[in-house]
Write a protein that binds this ligand. Structure first.
Ligand SMILES: *Cc1c(COP(=O)(O)O)cnc(C)c1O
Ligand code: SF4
Length: 357
């Protein structure tokens, strides 16, 4: 058995196993005893939790909370609504579509860490939404839709499929002439970096017509270790581009220091920040949500001008009509017939000539 398989078979998903690693609070124990949803993580990720502090950013993503029972703002049947699963276009369960040229291809509902803030929780954590993961049916649909040029393979976590299944998926997609790129959405480099094995690198790697991009999800600098650094280096070395899609989470990364540290630390392990998502209105995750403006304010106050350009993600809210950018908008202070008056991150003003069309 490989280390990653051992990690999956020995998931930390009971009070007994957790108590060998951290000191649980009475509230955490009560929440765990009251949750009917899937929860748990890898022994590797569990070891990164703070032993005594229940506000540890990793603990909050792993351990169920009593607040999950409250649902004031969440939208019922969120995933059906969000992924347009009940509309006129007849698609296989595996295909979620919001754009003409690209789709999300949902291939499984297993994860290495059952994130408490997951917007796909109905599929992955609560398991109230059942989908048929018929990969061949999905491939058939993609083959017939020549307008699709970009396939985002997601889940669950698609890199928890066997090497053989991943190889099959990639090979079949590469055979389709209109497919120009393949993307994986996977938390594995963060929660189970041991999954990036020699065997998997062989499957993902190499110089091909159709490149592979991988976006992981890291929400706090504390999640980044030497193991992640090595896994990312190995992925890049074989030709897989690695980006990050963070989720803005109240009490985890919505303070200026955590937000800035996260984006700077990602670059130190060669991960390029891609998106920061607003925490979506799925049911039972109200307690992770901030006001919508928060992400743009954090980018304005901690990233733009304050740190490396490569550390800048795009802040977006993912909606049923696609992702909508919500970036800070203070730059153009004024526009007159002669000039634009522009403002920088320190509040200083400068002029730029206004060129007529
Ligand atoms: C997020 C998403 C994509 C990819 O969006 P990009 O902005 O290109 O990264 C594609 N399809 C669906 C359904 C998505 O949710
Ligand atoms: S890894 Fe992704 S799909 Fe799985 S629980 Fe976390 S956020 Fe949800």
């Amino acid at each position: 058995m490989e280390e990653w398989q051992y990690q999956m078979q020995n998931q930390v998903n009971s009070i007994e196993k957790l108590e060998q690693i951290i000191n649980l609070t009475a509230k955490e124990i009560e929440a765990i005893n009251n949750t009917k949803t899937k929860w748990g993580t890898t022994p590797y990720f569990a070891q990164l939790m703070d032993k005594d502090n229940p506000n540890c950013p990793i603990r909050k993503q792993v351990i169920p909370s009593l607040q999950e029972k409250q649902n004031r703002y969440g939208i019922k049947n969120y995933l059906i609504y969000k992924e347009n699963r009940s509309n006129e276009e007849n698609r296989p369960d595996t295909i979620a579509r919001q754009y003409k040229d690209r789709i999300a291809f949902t291939v499984m509902n297993i994860c290495a860490n059952y994130c408490r803030h997951c917007f796909r929780k109905e599929l992955v954590v609560d398991e109230s939404l059942q989908l048929r993961f018929d990969i061949d049916e999905g491939l058939g649909w993609i083959r017939e839709h020549s307008e699709i040029r970009d396939v985002l393979i997601t889940g669950g976590d698609p890199l928890l499929l066997t090497d053989d299944k991943i190889e099959y998926l990639i090979a079949k997609l590469r055979e389709i002439p209109h497919i120009q790129m393949i993307r994986f959405g996977s938390r594995v480099p963060i929660v189970l970096p041991q999954r990036i094995t020699k065997g998997l690198l062989k499957v993902l790697g190499g110089f091909h017509r159709v490149p592979i991009w991988l976006n992981t999800q890291c929400n706090h600098a504390k999640e980044i270790t030497e193991f992640t650094a090595r896994a990312v280096y190995d992925l890049l070395s074989c030709g897989v581009n690695v980006g990050n899609q963070a989720v803005l989470l109240k009490g985890i990364n919505d303070d200026p220091k955590s937000f800035k540290d996260l984006h700077q630390k990602l670059l130190t392990v060669r991960i390029r920040p891609y998106y920061v998502f607003y925490c979506e209105p799925a049911p039972g995750i109200d307690h992770f949500r901030t006001p919508v403006e928060k992400g743009a304010e954090l980018i304005r106050d901690t990233l733009r001008g304050h740190t490396t350009g490569l550390a800048q993600p795009m802040y977006v809210v993912a909606t049923n009509i696609g992702k909508i950018p919500l970036m800070p908008d203070y730059y153009i202070q004024e526009k007159n017939p002669e000039n634009y008056i522009l403002k920088n991150y320190q509040g200083c003003l400068t002029n730029l000539p206004n060129i007529p069309e």
